[in-house]
Design a binder for this molecule. Structure first.
Ligand SMILES: C[S@@+](CC[C@H](N)C(=O)[O-])C[C@H]1O[C@@H](n2cnc3c(N)ncnc32)[C@H](O)[C@@H]1O
Length: 216
């Protein structure tokens, strides 16, 4: 189970991280249903970590997309893991192994940022290697769906600050959404002050609540 000494937290749930990723980030953003009606769809993520969220999203995208659709996935990450750590973390899900290998072929090129890789004809992954607030404020894109995945708010306040949540809102398309596993009151208030509508919904496994939000 990958653990960050720097942040004193696990990279994903010890209770089947892949199922949690599906529940919180995909279902929490109404995916894959919402991308079915779109020619192009932009997902953005705070914290690439092991790439689990991206790989599970890519897997579902490949199963549900039509010929003329394109997915862009942009992730902000200041402390990229080594290829070896990513491989070790993800290898417990054999259904992700082919996609993992494809991702790791590109991984050494991450020294250049932003790194934008066409992982297949209909999927682009961009990783912006930067402290999240400066990386996001310089981003020209806007997301249709946000994955807010920055470790527990009590261990990493910077990933949930009011200034950052305002940048997230400003980089969200009208009708766009967000999802996160936390339901911390101050994170909810930061999202509301930024302009999102926010709802508490049932979380994964033994956690009680998580947050979803929308820019109307
Ligand atoms: C919970 S992990 C992300 C898990 C990931 N989405 C996955 O699928 O494995 C949080 C990530 O945020 C990154 N991070 C934490 N604080 C950051 C900051 N201030 N700026 C940029 N990245 C940060 C960490 O390095 C870590 O990889």
């Amino acid at each position: 189970m990958p653990y960050s000494v720097r942040f004193g937290d696990h990279f994903f749930s010890r209770n089947d991280g892949c199922a949690e990723s599906r529940h919180v980030f995909l279902n929490g953003n109404g995916l894959p249903q919402r991308w079915k009606a779109r020619r192009s769809f932009q997902i953005a993520e705070l914290g690439f970590g092991t790439g689990l969220n991206f790989l599970e999203t890519w897997r579902q995208w490949r199963q549900t997309r039509k010929e003329d659709q394109h997915l862009s996935f942009t992730s902000f990450e200041a402390y990229p893991l080594s290829a070896q750590s990513i491989k070790r973390a993800i290898s417990v899900w054999p259904e992700l192994s082919l996609l993992l290998n494809a991702l790791l072929e590109h991984w050494p090129k991450l020294s250049k940022s932003p790194a934008a890789w066409a992982l297949d004809r209909q999927t682009t992954l961009t990783i912006i290697k930067a402290e999240v607030l400066s990386g996001l404020s310089g981003w020209r894109g806007k997301a249709d769906a946000w994955y807010l995945d920055g470790f527990s708010p009590s261990n990493n306040r910077d990933m949930w600050s009011a200034d950052l949540m305002q940048e997230v809102y400003d980089h969200t398309n009208k009708g766009g959404s967000l999802a996160t596993y936390t339901s911390a009151g101050w994170v909810r208030r930061n999202l509301l002050s930024a302009g999102f509508t926010v709802e508490k919904v049932p979380a994964h496994a033994n956690k009680r609540h998580m947050l979803i939000g929308a820019r109307n």
